[in-house]
Each structure stands twice: as C-alpha cells, then as structure tokens.
Design a protein around this ligand. Sequence first.
Ligand SMILES: NC(=O)c1ccc[n+]([C@@H]2O[C@H](COP(=O)([O-])OP(=O)(O)OC[C@H]3O[C@@H](n4cnc5c(N)ncnc54)[C@H](OP(=O)(O)O)[C@@H]3O)[C@@H](O)[C@H]2O)c1
Length: 279
Amino acid sequence: MASRNKVMRAIRVFEFGGPDVLKLQKDIPVPEPEENQKGDRVFTTKTVTGGYAEYTIAHEHAVFPLHESLDFGQGASIGIPYFTAFRALIHSAQAKPGESVLIHGASGGVGIAACQIARAYGLKVLGTAGTEQGRKVVLKNGAHKVFNHREPDYVDKIKEYVGENGVNVIIEMLSNINLHNDLQLLSYRGRVIIVGSRGPIEINPRDTMKKETSIIGVSLYSSPKDDFLQSLAALLAGIETGWLQPVVGPSYPLEHAAQAHEDIIKSQGAYGKMILLMN
Ligand SMILES: NC(=O)c1ccc[n+]([C@@H]2O[C@H](COP(=O)([O-])OP(=O)(O)OC[C@H]3O[C@@H](n4cnc5c(N)ncnc54)[C@H](OP(=O)(O)O)[C@@H]3O)[C@@H](O)[C@H]2O)c1
C-alpha cells in the first residue's frame, strides 16, 4: 500500500443505534498491511479494518484479483451477494439443472446474483420485484419470468404459472412476510432457503408434511472452508467466462452512508447492489 503515514476518510461507529450513529471521520490513519495482506486491484469477501473507508486491510485468503473487465463498483458488488447466493442455491438447496427456482426478492444484490447463477446452472428461473425498473433488471439478468410482489394476487399468479407441481426451490429475501406463502408454492421435496428476514412470522408446520418440504437457513459466514473454496472456484469461472456480471444499483458518496442505510430499509425499489463511493 503506497500511502503510509497518511490519513483517510472512514465511517466509524461508537455506539449502537440507527443510521445516525455512522460518523464520518477525516483523520483516520491509513491502515498498514502486514504479511499476506496486500495492495493490488482486488475484490474482497471480508475486511479486517472495515469496508466503509478509503483504505482497508483484508487477509490474503479473503482477497481475489479483480478482473480487468470489472470496475471497482462491480468489485464491491461481488463478495457478499454472490457468495451468499451461491451458498443458498448450490450448498443449501442443492439445486439441480432442470429444477425450478423462485427468487423471492430478485432485484437486489443477492437476488440478481442468484438469478445469474441459477440461469448459468441450468435452472428455470422465476423472480419477483416491486417496481418496473426492478423487474426489467431481473429479466435482463437471467430470469425466465418475473412477478410483482407488490400486487395483491401475485402469489396466485405464480401458482398458476408453476401449476400443480409447484416450484422446487425458493430463495427467500423477506421470510417474515413470505414464508407461509412459500410453503404453499413448493413442490414435493421442495426447499425454501431463508436468506433474509426482518422479524417473526407464524407458519403451520403441517404445511411441510404432505410434500415433505424443508426450510433451511443460510449464513454466509458459517460456510466451512471447503464450501467457500467451491463457491470461489465457481464464481471466478463465472467472471472469466462472463456470466457473472455484477449490477450496481444506487451509489452514495461515503459521507452519505447514513442516508444509504435509511434508504435500503425504506427502499422504493431495488435495481442492483447499493454501494458507497470513495470519491
Ligand atoms: N443470510 C446471509 O448470509 C445474508 C447475506 C447477505 C444478505 N442477507 C440478507 O438478505 C436480504 C437481501 O439482501 P440484498 O443485499 O439483496 O438486499 P437489497 O439489495 O436491499 O434487496 C432487497 C430485496 O428484497 C425485495 N423485497 C422487498 N419486498 C419484498 C417482498 N414483499 N417479498 C419479496 N421480496 C421483497 C426487494 O425488492 P423491491 O425493492 O424490488 O421491492 C429486493 O429485491 C437482506 O435482508 C440481507 O440482510 C443475508
């Protein structure tokens, strides 16, 4: 890293609370990499010193070369979304080519990644989004069919589309709203994968019995090392061959990080991965 003894801008958090606890500081010493932490053009899945900053440190095993075809905004959109989507689809759901998947919340960071991966792996891909712009992005990134999750009867439309057999896999971004409906949409031995949830929901466990369905939680940072390396191999191949194309959504300057937090919770409609820009 070239800029030792310099200072940088970074967001720091000194107390628990809402987005207003994210404080911009302009005099943070640029972190110095130790052995096996390096300063190349890269993307990372996890930092040591924090990602809301102009400079950061990450361990060598969490850092990968950023392909020349991708810019830094796209690099920032790979780590958590693609590794989470791959884990959900391939490790947790064990989705197979020819199966169908409903990506319930397909217009955001994880959803678009899931659309691209599912399509590349030969699945029939259904997605949902809440806005016209979001639905266009979902269709452009691998979905065969898209539904509007803000329409009151959209679950009936999905049921009609998939027919009696139902859908093999559901990747769920808002489980506290959708889990009950998901259980009605699944096929025999169908799997719903819990990626996102913002609260509790009441379900009837009997809904899993007749069709022997499963509800499986996923947590990116619980991945065993071997699984992580599998994801890495698949995703780097996706970058090389071109099916992995991160879509950058709303972009905020670093000093507007708190606003970004407000907006992602009260989102008007996603259309890619939200990112922070350093200049
Ligand atoms: N388990 C893990 O390891 C892990 C890892 C990463 C992220 N997550 C979680 O996964 C969730 C998605 O992350 P993200 O980065 O993709 O967030 P994001 O970019 O903010 O996207 C949120 C998605 O949820 C959709 N959504 C809104 N209302 C919905 C509804 N009623 N039904 C279905 N979908 C709805 C949004 O669609 P519209 O905006 O088009 O309405 C959008 O596609 C978040 O809760 C995040 O915290 C979990």
